[in-house]
Design a binder for this molecule. Sequence first.
Ligand code: F0G
Length: 460
Amino acid sequence: MKYYSLPPFRIKMVEPIKQITKEERIERLKEAGFNPFRLKSEDVFIDLLTDSGTGAMSHYQWSALMMGDEAYAGSRSFYRLEKAVKDITGYKYVIPAHQGRGAEQVALPNLIKRKGMYVISNIHFDTTRAHVELAGGRALDCACEECFDLSLDYPFKGNFNIIKLKELIEEKGKDNIAAIIMTITNNSAGGQPVSLENMREVNKIARMNSIPIVIDGARYAENSYFIKLREKGYNEKSVRDIAKETFDLADVFLMSSKKDGLVNIGGLIAIKDNEELFRQCQVRVIPMEGFPTYGGLSGRDMDALAVGLNEALEEDYLQYRLDEIRYLGDKLQEGGVPIQYPTGGHAVFVDCGAICPQIPFDQFPAQVVCNELYIEGGIRAVEIGSLLLGRDPDTHENLKADKEFMRLTIPRRTYTLEHLNYVARCLIEVCKRGKELKGLDFVYESPILRHFTAEFKPKE
Ligand code: F0G
C-alpha cells in the first residue's frame, strides 16, 4: 500500500456541483467550438482547467478580508502584504498587481530595453512569452533534456539546460539578453521542480554576464517543498529557509498569487534592491494596474493574500498538496495512461501524442483528448501542446511542441480523492478509444494567445 498524507483541514462550506447528461455535454461542446475554454463552468462537473484562482481560502483568510482597508493610497492592507512579502523574500521593494500577467506587463518592458532583445527561461509560461513578445523581445526556452523523457525518474525535470544556456548567451551576445526567467515550478514541463543547485548555476552564469534574473514564482512554495524532499542536504531545512535561499539567487520576483498565494485574484512584483527598476515599475504600474499601493487589488484582496502567502508555506499543507497530485498520477499509471513521471506540483500532464499518435501536431491531439474527457465525464482539462505554443512570430508557421500534453490541473484544497478516482476512471475509458479519434481544424484563430478563444471543427 502506498502512503498518501491526509488533508490538514476539514470542510466548513461547500459549493454544490451538478452533472449534465452526456447528450447535453456533446451539444455544449459543439456550441463552444470544441474548445473547453469556451464552456460555461455550470456545464462542467469537475473543473481541472487550472489551479489559478480556483482554490479554497481558509477561515483565517476569510476573516482577514474583513480587515481590508480600501484606501486608494497607502492602505493598511498594503503594508500588511508588503511585510509578508518582505519577510518571505528578503526583497526591499513590493508592488501588487491584479494577477501574474499584470506584474509581467509592468516589469518586463522595463527589462527589455531594446526591440529584439532575448529573454531566456527554462520554459516561458504562455502569458510571459506573450509579454516578452509584446515588449519587442524574443522568448527562448532552455529546458533540460530530462524533461522530455516522460518515463525517466528524475527529481528535477524543471531544470535549465546549463550547457544550452551558456551557448545561447554566447550565440546571441550577453548584451542582447534582457533577462533570465527561472519559472519555478516549471509549469509547461509538467509543474516540475527546479533544484537549488541548478538555480545556483544559472545565477553564476547570469552574474558573470551581468544579466538580471527574474523568478516567475507562481508556485515557488511547491518548488521549495520538492527541494526539501529531493535535494541532498535540504531535508532538515524549513521550506521557508529554502524559499529564502531561492530568492537570494534572483533580482526580481514576479508572482501570479492565484496559485501559491492561495487567493482567487492577485499578483506581485518584488525587487531585491534595484531602486531604478523599482522607480520604473512604479511609473508603469499607475496607468496599467493602479496606484503602487494597490496595483489593481482591493484592500481585502491584499489582506487575504498576506495570510495566504504564509499558509502556502506550511509543510503539512504542502505534503498533502504534492501527494494528491501523486495520487492521481499513480491511479492513471495503474490504468496504463501515459503521463509525465514523476508528477509535478500542481497537475498531472498526460502524454496525448502517445494516446492518439495518428493525429498530427497541427490538428492538436491533446485538445482532442480534452474534448473526449469532457464528453466522457464532464471533466474540463487543458491543452499544453502545439495549440498553446502558437505560431512563430516571424514566419507565422505553426510551432511544434516537444510534447502534446493534456494538463489535469488540481485546484488547491478543493476536490477530494473520490473526485480524483472518478477523473482517473473516465480518462482510462477515453484512452481505450484513443487510436480512433480524429484531429481538429480551425474555424477561428486569434493572432495571439489563440488557445483561449479558438473555435474548431472535427476532421471528417
Ligand atoms: N507564470 C506562470 C508560471 C503561470 O503559471 C501563470 C499562470 C502566469 C505566470 C500568469 O499569471 O494567470 O495570474 O496572470 N498560469 C495559469 C495556469 C493561468 O493555468 O497555468 P496570471
